[in-house]
Design a protein around this ligand. Sequence first.
Ligand code: FMN
Length: 171
Amino acid sequence: MRIAIVYYSRTGYTERIVDELGLYLKNEGFMVDVYKVIPVREYSKPLHLNPRLIYDTLVKRGTDIRFEHSEPKLNDYSAVIVASPIWIGMLSPPVQEFLRKYTVARLMIVTTSIQSIRVDKIEKIVEKLCGAKPLICVNIRDATIRNSVKLREAIEDIAKKFKAIVKGEDI
Ligand SMILES: Cc1cc2nc3c(=O)[nH]c(=O)nc-3n(C[C@H](O)[C@H](O)[C@H](O)COP(=O)(O)O)c2cc1C
């Protein structure tokens, strides 16, 4: 089974999850291709004070994007995992843009944040952007990502849910 992981990461936490999850799923026998989506104009620091970031996240709900290497041909994949940091309670603008522009059939969402985030809220945001509810929606806190034992547990948990879904089982 071929899986695409599409993600944006500005400070590395989401990228860490993507690296670990990709590796884990590959070891479980999946074929995994990873695509990094980036804004045509990357957001400069300090991020919390960047007016364009705030505008794109809350008002424009997107930004012009490109892919770091190549654009994914989503029809080639059985499932797509989309990962994003949470910015101001929303998905990051590159991921908002991706979800609005691309049709994703079997979608799983992974977000990262400092605080606990209600995943039902993220699900609603995703549904508004792409018209479909994600099959799975998971949020991982930065503190978990910094702790290698907890990170491993989180990855195992996501992979378990993912495998149950792709096998058509209940989670
Ligand atoms: C501009 C900005 C806004 C953020 N807003 C939130 C937020 O609303 N809630 C939260 O828990 N974390 C928030 N964070 C923290 C990030 O979601 C968190 O650090 C995430 O893991 C960063 O992912 P990255 O390293 O892949 O870019 C924010 C970070 C930035 C830079």
